[in-house]
Design a protein around this ligand. Structure first.
Ligand SMILES: C[S@@+](CC[C@H](N)C(=O)[O-])C[C@H]1O[C@@H](n2cnc3c(N)ncnc32)[C@H](O)[C@@H]1O
Length: 226
């Protein structure tokens, strides 16, 4: 198991530093701001505005601290949506670490809602409430097979220089396959090599303004031409 250290990021929210990798779970410029901008705004919000859909399936790569899942749950409530949220995680964090994260002090919601996402069983579809079901898959991304069923992918793996095996053409081909037509993948990373790989796979690449402190982010759209 890795050694983890708590770090305060630019918006005062916590992230975790993996000491052995010298890599953090979120942007050091602001963990909550990054999650809100990349995944909620450019991912979920733009998608529901464009498609007008009220029921959607989200797939997340890397459940980690559960920050994205928690914000997506609150987003679903706020917008009266039904989200089926599937998140994959190879190395779940201990609850003792989760309990020390300061997200509930900064995000207006009850801490019990955040903790509930961590307390539910792995590898089971769990109804959190009328707006949100959560399926946490304790497995490796390479073992997931999804087809034509996902509306939005939150691609939140560690950076390509840390985990190059999660940013390959094969991985993005399987993400392309997982999405419905017009489905989108959003990621905080906008490295040239990632853009090229995403284009090669057949996605429509959109380079968008990044969260505070980051110039760019990527949205990849599964456009199916006639
Ligand atoms: C950048 S962190 C982000 C986590 C999370 N989205 C959050 O907000 O805390 C990347 C996550 O991917 C997980 N991970 C690493 N390799 C993986 C793999 N092969 N399959 C699934 N998850 C993996 C890590 O354990 C870590 O929790």
């Amino acid at each position: 198991m890795f050694h983890l250290e708590f770090k305060i990021t630019g918006d005062n929210s916590h992230t975790l530093l993996v000491k052995e990798l010298n890599e953090t779970y979120h942007s050091t410029k602001g963990a909550i701001n990054e999650a809100l901008h990349v995944f909620m705004q450019r991912g979920l919000n733009d998608y529901i505005v464009k498609t007008n859909c009220k029921k959607l399936k989200v797939f997340e790569v890397g459940f980690g601290t559960g920050l994205n899942a928690h914000l997506a749950h609150l987003f679903a409530k706020q917008h009266q949506l039904k989200i089926d949220y599937i998140s994959i995680e190879a190395h779940p964090l201990d609850l003792s670490i989760i309990q020390q994260l300061n997200y509930s002090e900064l995000i207006p919601s009850e801490q019990s809602l955040f903790l509930k996402l961590h307390e539910v069983e792995w590898n089971k579809v769990v109804e959190i409430d009328e707006y949100f079901t959560l399926t946490k898959l304790h497995q490796e991304l390479k073992d997931v097979v999804l087809e034509n069923s996902i509306d939005v992918i939150f691609f939140d793996a560690f950076a390509p220089n840390i985990q190059p095996e999660l940013w390959t053409k094969e991985v993005f081909e399987s993400m392309f396959k997982a999405l419905k037509p017009e489905g989108v993948l959003v990621t905080y990373c906008a490295k040239g090599v990632v853009k090229r790989t995403i284009k090669e796979v057949g996605f429509n690449l959109e380079t968008l303004a990044g969260p505070p402190g980051k110039r760019e982010m990527i949205r990849a759209v599964k456009v199916i031409s006639e």
